[in-house]
Design a protein around this ligand. Structure first.
Ligand code: FMN
Ligand code: EPS
Length: 388
């Protein structure tokens, strides 16, 4: 199972191709649109999100509400393209226009300067169009297909905000999965803690007023995974490693933690490892879940709990100093529009990139071309480990 995306932020459309989804799995565009609309919500986003209404067009791989087993092609049109036809069109333009529209001022914290150096573009627009987190809409579409697969296998996944600008949401280890989904959906910052949520919104408003930006921490929580998915036998089969890579690949993410994460460095082993218990009904379980659902690159059967750190948005109304790549003169970057905080949206992105890695690992472990056979194999494995 793999996916590719294509498309520029202000170009015509984003395209996603997902390969490896078994046949005979129920899938509709509503499954995908629900995820896309969730990604667009959240306090702190800029004017662009008022222009876009992300809706998917399924262009291949699905017929009459079921997957065919062939690649699934999905298209999301950029409504903003109509304002950028001259800038983003594929036809050549005259030199005067080209010079007028060339972006030569790299923003600190974005991909602008390194991308220009690497690809030899003297127009930074050629970098920023693709490095923009607009691409995360296409990744959410791929993740929504994976989420649909997981949900049909009784595996639930949700992403929400744990922290914005140092304001932490309280931890609710006993909170049910359904409540996590409900509460995070209801909150404009997707936090499970309404008091902290209000403070987070105030912090976002203040950052915006000050022309600044803020980051935070997202968490993804997964229930229903049996123990033993992933593998310890090779570095690239460790599922926690793959999830970490996927989370780190989200625009502006700077770190990943499972369970206690970095806090584990400060505790003794007795306060970190999760003791093993057994009962007849459920088989093995853990009394705690401090390791966030992983040992040896494999799931433990406890919920997967993974956090990702998002840095503040690089494009600032309050300008940072940079250097023009043509004149080499120092300048203070000024901008037209940007998000001031995209952590709530990033929590949805994180949920979907993690969903993809989990679904991919399941299909590697239980390779089936037909979805009902995958379900049967997974259910048989669940029973096998319950009775182990
Ligand atoms: C949902 C989302 C929205 C974002 N919105 C913006 C934005 O409006 N302006 C901006 O400069 N960066 C934004 N970013 C972050 C940049 O895309 C990111 O910093 C850039 O691609 C450079 O990559 P890096 O930060 O991972 O090094 C956003 C990121 C996400 C996940
Ligand atoms: C378009 C999206 O996010 C964009 C990500 C982004 C960036 O630089 O990463 C910059 C902004 O775009 P624009 O320059 O058009 O205002 C965000 O709106 C989206 O999430 O769909």
């Amino acid at each position: 199972m793999r996916y590719l995306t294509a498309g520029e932020s202000h170009g015509k459309q984003l395209t996603t191709i997902v390969e490896g989804i078994p046949s005979l799995m129920p899938l509709t565009k509503e499954n995908i649109n629900e995820s896309l609309l969730r990604r667009q919500k959240g306090h702190g986003r800029g004017k662009r999100m008022q222009i876009e209404k992300d809706l998917v067009e399924i262009a291949g791989g699905v017929r009459h509400g079921y997957t065919l087993g062939s690649p699934i092609a999905m298209v999301i049109h950029n409504d903003d393209f109509k304002h950028w036809v001259d800038v983003m069109g594929e036809d050549p333009i005259d030199t005067d226009q080209k010079i007028r529209r060339t972006v030569t001022r790299p923003r600190p914290g974005h991909a602008d300067l390194n991308g220009a150096l690497k690809y030899g573009h003297r127009d930074i627009r050629n970098i920023l169009e693709r490095s923009s987190a607009r691409e995360t809409a296409a990744r959410v579409a791929a993740g929504a297909v994976a989420k649909t697969l997981l949900s049909n296998l009784d595996i639930k996944i949700v992403g929400y905000v744990r922290e914005i600008a140092g304001i932490q949401a309280e931890e609710y280890p006993e909170m049910s999965m359904d409540d996590r989904v409900k509460v995070s959906e209801a909150s404009p910052v997707r936090s499970l803690d309404s008091k902290a949520g209000q403070k987070m919104m105030d912090a976002i408003d203040k950052a915006k007023k000050d022309g600044d930006s803020i980051g935070g921490v997202c968490e993804v929580y997964i229930e229903g995974m049996p123990a033993g998915v992933g593998s310890y036998v090779h570095y690239d089969r460790k599922l926690d490693g793959r999830i970490a890579g996927a989370v780190q690949s989200i625009n502006a993410f700077k770190g990943v933690e499972f369970g206690l994460g970095f806090e584990a460095a400060r505790r003794n082993g007795s306060q970190v490892h999760d003791e093993i218990a057994w009962d007849k009904e459920n088989g093995y379980y853990r009394k705690t879940n401090r390791l966030g659902g992983f040992e040896g690159g494999m799931t433990t059967g406890m919920p997967i709990v993974v956090k990702g750190v998002m840095k503040p948005i690089p494009t600032l109304y309050k300008p940072l100093q940079s250097v023009d790549i043509e004149t080499k003169e120092a300048f203070n970057a000024s901008i037209e529009r940007s998000d001031s905080c995209a952590v709530p949206a990033a929590a949805v992105v994180m949920e979907h990139v993690v969903a993809f890695e989990v679904a991919k690992a399941l299909l590697e472990q239980f390779p089936h071309d037909q979805f009902p056979k995958l379900k049967e194999a997974l259910d048989a494995y669940r029973e096998e480990i319950r009775c182990f």
